[in-house]
Write a protein that binds this ligand. Structure first.
Ligand code: G1P
Length: 277
């Protein structure tokens, strides 16, 4: 199983970053000088997924503009020392194609993924939650690691990490049997369990490679935690067929949906990438 497309749900309001997100998409918040979503797109492209599919909503036009040419600006700075600051994003935009669709009502992550079905079609796809920023400075980026697992086992795969017990209620939690180092066959999943009810402390983070049958599972998923259509519930149904793996990835992951995680990611990127250029 090889994914060529990568889906980005990007319709959410980003209320934890108000007022900054009142008039700009949270995906455009910068980590130093690069917007969050650019890191995700870069990671997808490095894993061979150059067809980028973005689920947007009202107020998300800056995402479309960012992944397009800005003739006026580029003409203005052509030949100046500033031109080189656009090299990286130009290369990414040339390497990838971008398609967009809108989620009309906020009914949860599962619904956002299902909205992307018209862009993805009937093929395996990557799924990145851009809020989760992943770095692996010493080796392959996380999505590339996952592409390798999905192709070796010909199976859907979700990225997992161990989290402290008191944080399990923030995540989809996974139970499974280890079939080789760092790879588990998932037997069940539960979205944001109470700490005392969590079956493990193995948490899903925002990196997935999925076969297209996940769309049918989402369609038959009833609203779950928080009254929303939960991707985790659909993944749990997929896991019951024995066709879902969990992969303990190599690298660092930051929850940029929270202020603390966002600041930590910014410091990490500044110290380990920007200062080392
Ligand atoms: C979503 C998923 C959850 C996952 C998390 C990873 O939750 O629903 O299963 O563990 O992303 O960041 P959210 O953080 O959007 O509430």
């Amino acid at each position: 199983m090889i994914a060529r497309k990568c889906l980005f749900p990007a319709a959410g309001y980003g209320t934890r970053f108000l007022p900054a997100t009142k008039a700009m998409p949270k995906e455009m918040l910068p980590i130093v000088n690069r917007p969050l979503i650019e890191f995700g797109v870069d990671e997808a492209n490095a894993a061979g997924m150059s067809e980028i599919c973005i689920v947007t909503g009202r107020g998300k036009r800056p995402l479309e503009d960012y992944f397009d040419v800005n003739f006026e600006l580029e003409h203005q700075i052509a030949g100046s020392s500033k031109e080189s600051s656009l090299t990286q994003i130009r290369e990414l935009n040339d390497a990838c194609t971008f398609t967009f669709t809108r989620q009309r009502s906020m009914r949860g992550l599962g619904d956002a993924v299902l909205t992307g079905r018209s862009l993805v079609g009937d093929e395996a796809f990557g799924l990145i939650l851009a809020d989760d920023l992943c770095f692996n400075l010493d080796g392959d980026p996380v999505m590339k690691q996952m592409q390798d697992v999905a192709s070796a086992f010909d199976c859907s795969v979700i990225a997992v990490m161990d989290v402290p017990q008191d944080q399990v209620s923030n995540y989809g939690i996974v139970v499974g049997d280890e079939i080789e180092a760092n790879v588990l066959r998932v037997s069940s999943m539960v979205e944001k369990p109470r700490v005392e009810e969590a079956p493990s402390n193995l948490a899903v983070i925002g990196r997935y490679i999925l076969s297209p049958d996940i769309f049918d599972f989402i369609e038959s998923t009833e609203p779950g935690a928080g009254g929303e259509i939960q991707l985790t519930d659909a993944l749990n149904a997929l896991a019951q067929t024995g066709k879902l793996l969990a992969y303990r990835f190599q690298g660092h992951r930051f929850d940029c949906g929270s202020i603390d995680g966002y600041v930590a990611a910014t410091n990490f990127y500044y110290d380990n990438v920007v200062l080392k250029r």
